[in-house]
Design a protein around this ligand. Structure first.
Ligand code: ATP
Length: 572
């Protein structure tokens, strides 16, 4: 229930619009009641073969209520849909706003398909909470009051019976259906999420599944989930059908009750047959207000589940917070790590265990070490994807936590191991690094990154996640972005890992040229031309085990020298 009220609370700015939608909904059903009552009156009077003049008010009523009903139904749909879509827009913006500071640390635990479902489907499904859960009960309550007013003015006994039938159709039946279907909507939502995860995995990994002959097995899993979901949906549909039948029976019971209660009044002459007929039709029409309540209780359950899934993401505490009074980013200074310690959540082993090094301004420092030593973790801490558990990272002598994270990241150009290429044109992918860059600037960056082949393909689609580009081209796009970003600090995480030896040399030359005068931290497995680095930091199991120039380390004949020799001997 807390989630329900929280979701309702989010719509507070639209409360008046929602009330208006409910009121226009009431006016629509009211017109329907008026239409049926005046029609009944007209037909009954017409059957008495009265002159047309005596039927004028009935004809006017039918025209007025008939036209009003159509117009009001349109207005009600317009207002309620407009309000719902505004609410959904607000929810999406609110969700994105809340999500952004959580990336990447706090959302790493969510699978991408699951997150996508939350952003798209869960928010979309909240449409129901406003269009099917909030407004219809308000409309139904107003219609109940109207019918009570009309019927009780003639017979309190009849009015009580009608009210009872309305309560059965509007309260008891939906609640009973919700009770019987409890957990179904929640399980359907769970199945949908699982189905989506499997489908996304299958589409993305179809190549591997084919190669290993596992496609059929994966499809069978997908089908099993689909069947389970279908059975649950059948149950929900059956209960909705039963609910509709019960509402219909309640409506008929109300009609029988009125006739039974009021027939003596007709016999005694205190009520005309025409009035009774009109009343019966009016009460029948009033049940239209209860139709949207069918399934609303099930929707509440599904919507609450969707809300819980959204709040689960939203309520996560951001890993990185913007300081209240951010310090200005220093114009000068190098990078210093002092006694850095860090463990990934849920990991028993520290990724970094007391790491200290300095990268003086304008120097190039390499971080080397075996796989899993913690090299990329240093880069992730430097751009504040994560905060160190202990120790400090400074730039220009100031703790990087004192800067605005965006400012920090703007000043550090980073080429990571996994370059993300958006499903847009190559131009748009490059302009990420420098919005508004001219074609001349983009082409210069492409050429410098060794991508001469793409110079005339700026408008080509890069493919979903860069599938239209080779691994090496994707990596060089990242280097072109870094060149365009032109920041004083550069972090290169295996920037040339996917390149052939000749291109690698060319790209390294470019990086060397573009990094002239900049402060560079380069993470690398490739121990070639290590003399170009002012300093080399050797990392092993999260600790710095050696550091110095290439010559120093070779002379020391330690871990680095061993790695270097192994690499060079293997290549001979
Ligand atoms: P490589 O050369 O293979 O890229 P690396 O030296 O860059 O390795 P890191 O990526 O920094 O190593 O990882 C250091 C340790 O932290 C590894 O044991 C790794 O399994 C673990 N690790 C890395 N990223 C995560 C993560 N997001 N969640 C949990 N553990 C992680």
């Amino acid at each position: 229930m807390k989630t329900f009220f929280r979701l309702i609370g989010l719509t507070r700015p639209f409360a008046w619009w929602m009330l208006l939608a409910a009121f226009v909904g009431f006016a629509t059903v009211g017109s329907g009641i008026g239409l049926l009552m005046s029609s009944a009156w007209l037909i009954s009077r017409g059957a008495m073969l009265l002159p047309v003049a005596a039927l004028q008010s009935g004809i006017a009523g039918v025209r007025l209520f008939g036209a009003a009903r159509g117009f009001l139904r349109y207005a009600e749909r317009l207002i309620s849909h407009n309000t719902t879509f505004r609410i959904l827009t607000r929810l999406r913006l609110w969700f994105y706003d809340a999500l952004e500071p959580l990336a990447p640390a706090r959302i790493a635990s969510f699978r991408s398909a699951d997150l996508l479902k939350r952003i798209v489907d869960d928010i979309q499904s909240l449409e129901n909470i406003y269009s099917r859960v909030v407004a219809p009960p308000v409309t139904a309550a107003m219609v109940t009051a109207l019918v009570w007013g009309i019927v009780s003015s003639l017979s309190t006994g009849a009015a009580i019976g009608v009210l009872g039938c309305q309560l059965i159709a509007g309260v008891f039946t939906p609640m009973a259906a919700a009770f019987l279907a409890r957990g179904t909507a929640r399980r359907i939502a769970g199945m949908q999420a699982e189905q989506q995860l499997l489908a996304v995995d299958m589409v993305q990994g179809v190549g591997e599944l084919r190669v290993f002959g596992m496609l059929d097995k994966h499809l069978a899993r997908l089908q099993a989930v689909e069947e389970k979901k279908l059975n649950l949906e059948k149950k929900a549909a059956f209960l909705e059908g039963v609910q509709e039948t019960c509402s219909g029976l309640a409506m008929n019971a109300a009609v029988v009750w009125i006739i039974w209660q009021m027939l003596p009044m007709v016999r005694s002459g205190s009520l005309t047959t025409i009035t009774l007929t009109a009343l019966v039709f009016g009460v029948t029409a009033s049940f239209e207000a209860f139709l949207p309540l069918n399934g609303s209780a099930q929707h509440i359950e599904a919507d609450i589940r969707a809300g819980e899934r959204l709040f689960e993401v939203i309520d996560a505490e951001p890993e990185v917070k913007t300081p209240e009074r951010p310090a200005p980013f220093p114009a000068e200074g190098g990078i210093e790590a002092r006694n850095l310690r860090f463990s990934y959540p849920g990991s028993g082993r520290p990724a970094l265990d007391g790491v200290s090094f300095t990268v003086p301004q304008g120097h190039r420092v390499a971080v080397v070490g075996p796989s899993g030593a913690g090299k990329s973790t240093i880069a992730a801490l430097l751009v504040r994807f994560w905060n160190p558990s202990d120790g400090i990272l400074t730039i220009g002598g100031r703790d990087i936590a004192s800067f605005e994270p965006e400012t920090l990241r703007r000043n550090i150009a980073m080429v990571s191991q996994r370059t993300w290429i958006f499903g847009q044109s190559i131009r748009e992918n490059l302009q990420l690094a420098r919005p508004g860059a001219t074609d001349l600037e983009l082409k210069a960056a492409l050429a410098a990154a060794g991508l001469q082949g793409l110079l005339d393909r700026l408008d080509d689609w890069a493919g979903q996640q860069g599938t239209n580009l080779s691994g090496g081209e994707r990596q060089r796009i990242a280097i072109a972005r870094m060149i365009l970003q032109d920041s004083p600090f550069m972090v290169l995480d295996e920037a040339t890992a996917n390149l052939d030896a000749i291109t690698e040399q060319e790209v390294l030359d470019t990086i060397e040229r573009t990094s002239e005068g900049k402060t560079v931290l380069a993470i690398t497995h490739n121990l070639h031309r290590m003399e170009r680095f002012h300093r080399i930091v050797v990392l092993h199991e999260g600790r710095v085990i050696e550091q110095g120039t290439h010559d120093d380390l070779m002379r020391a004949d330690g871990f680095y020298a061993g790695m270097w020799r192994l690499q060079h001997e293997t290549e001979v």
